[in-house]
Design a protein around this ligand. Sequence first.
Ligand SMILES: [Cu+2]
Length: 249
Amino acid sequence: MFANKAKFLLPAALCGLLLSACSDSSGPPPQPVVTPVDSATAGSIAIRVRYAGEVPEPVEINMRASGKCAELHDEPVYDRPVQVDDGRLANAVVYIKSGLGDRAFQHPTEPLVIDQRGCLYHPRVSAMMVGQPLEFLNSDPEAHNVRGRPEKVSSWNFMMSRPKSTRTVYFDKSEIGIRVGCDVHPWMSAYVSVLPNPYFGVTGKNGEVQLTNVPPGEYVVATWHETLGEREVTVKLEPRGKQSATIDY
Ligand SMILES: [Cu+2]
């Protein structure tokens, strides 16, 4: 029923019910036949993401209505989807959208971990590769369900009621900006992007992402932001080139 799409694997479901912490024993999809990158000719692309518009006022999250969440914070908690520092936009996913042809890349076996802590997701915005494990961790003394609302891969939904429990999902195709949420605490939002190549990153405070070990070529590099949408730029990379580009919102 989950064939060819996001795999929420049954053994993991069972072990999640029985144990406080466990991971998938079924394992990720097999590694593809990899197209090697010649490091002697590879280069790098630096992308800077800027935002010139108005930054929405942060909205205080009312956690008092839901269980223990409010007790987990000493200070008021604000929702800040648009984070801008000195004109630089954080939490934008930067990735090579096209230009790599049919190259195939090894996926990491290290999981991307999204922690549920203080009734918030950490990190809020993240990116990973197709085939890489995505591990949800519950660090709270509070039950959360994890509902994925993708458009291309299959949706998933499971409950995580025990502190320090983990659950793992896998993807065998790519999708940008999959929304993850919790029905118990409707303010909880995370966004995961699943990429078919290793050339991606999420901007931090400086609004920058470095793509390294990129083969020479002409690429469409795209950015995605949860409320500001997508932008693209074309970058031509010579052998051993160092290119940089700015993307403006
Ligand atoms: Cu929750």
